[in-house]
Design a protein around this ligand. Structure first.
Ligand SMILES: [Zn+2]
Ligand SMILES: [Zn+2]
Ligand SMILES: [Zn+2]
Ligand SMILES: [Zn+2]
Length: 323
């Protein structure tokens, strides 16, 4: 057995200092349904998102771990709940609509506070792994550097796209187009016709989620191609595929804070709100699929992830030698 395995309460030790808890971003928004807090310093304490009450702490450091429950929690809350139920209070299961709602709220908030169009807000949030607090802090200390990294024009309220004000030659197909018939990305310098733009977008979306980081077709230009431009120039199916990648990025690019449930056919995501990073932490999705937060395999506590990995490897090599 690996060190730490099976040690009762390994995740719930008393007196865990705040330094043990990496809440990457300090996000404690009021929309966060925090069901956490088994002795964890990560608990939402300040924002009044719910009434906690302590049902088992004895205050003298000798007895049970502190476990807090939401007073409106509809789940059974008992002292001595099984391990997986206790773990459940350290994460939140999100439906695809929950993910969409949160992403929409975060994007709208950042767009308003930073005075940028939503497409740029999305690009900025992705750059910061969807951590809006850190984005806002760094933006207000040095927005120039962040604009450069993401491909936003320097200074002022940028426009995601511009239409030409005079007759221009499309720099891809060399056709000549009247004023208003060619369009640029945020650079307002390199103009292309609608057909060339939609072809450019199609190729980008075919390439997968990297289309979210698309730049101006001019090889010397780093101006970002963002949602507003995509919606204006891409064909319907490509627009939908782009939107799909954009939605998934809220989880895929969360820096491991949120993960998709690996259960068959499940579209839920799970957000860890406690102190993640421990070995072998089981979570139970609303689809009833239990999986290990650390390695993604089926729930396997108290066996360590390394043991499970070795066992799976052995099984696959055994079956390969039989065949
Ligand atoms: Zn063209
Ligand atoms: Zn450009
Ligand atoms: Zn699931
Ligand atoms: Zn594991």
């Amino acid at each position: 057995m690996a060190p730490g395995d099976g040690e009762e309460g390994g995740h719930y030790k008393r007196g865990r200092g705040a330094g043990d808890c990496k809440d990457d971003d300090g996000e404690n928004g009021p929309d966060k349904r925090c069901r956490v807090a088994a002795g964890s310093a990560c608990a939402d304490g300040e924002d009044g998102t719910g009434d906690y009450y302590n049902i088992s702490g004895d205050g003298d450091g000798t007895g049970e771990d502190l476990i807090y429950y939401y007073s409106d929690d509809d789940e059974e809350a008992e002292v001595g709940v099984s391990t997986i139920q206790r773990d459940e209070r350290r994460y939140v299961v999100l439906s695809e609509d929950d993910v969409r709602d949160r992403q929409g709220k975060d994007t709208a908030e950042v767009a308003e506070v930073l005075s940028v169009p939503p497409g740029f807000a999305t690009a900025l949030l992705r750059h910061f792994k969807w951590g809006k607090t850190r984005l806002k802090e760094e933006w207000f200390s040095d927005d120039r550097r962040i604009r450069d990294a993401v491909g936003l024009p320097a200074g002022g309220a940028p426009a995601p796209s511009a239409l030409s004000r005079r007759e221009l030659v499309c720099a891809i197909c060399f056709g000549s187009f009247r004023a208003g018939r060619t369009r640029s990305a945020a650079c307002s310098s390199h103009f292309y016709c609608g057909e060339c733009w939609s072809g450019y977008l199609r190729a980008a979306v075919d390439d997968g989620p990297r289309c979210l980081s698309l730049r101006c077709p001019d090889p010397s230009c780093a101006a970002a191609v963002v949602r507003e431009l995509v919606d204006a120039v891409a064909d319907g199916a490509d627009r939908d595929r782009y939107a799909r990648f954009a939605l998934r990025s809220y989880v895929d690019e969360s820096g491991g804070r949120i993960k998709w449930c690996p259960g068959p056919g499940c579209t839920h995501a799970v957000e860890f709100v406690g102190c993640a990073g421990d070995d072998a932490t089981d979570v139970l999705c609303d689809c009833r699929h239990g999986f290990c937060w650390s390695c993604g395999e089926e729930a396997h506590r108290p066996v360590s992830c390394a043991t499970v990995r070795a066992w799976l490897l052995k099984n696959s090599s055994d079956s390969a030698s039989v065949n």
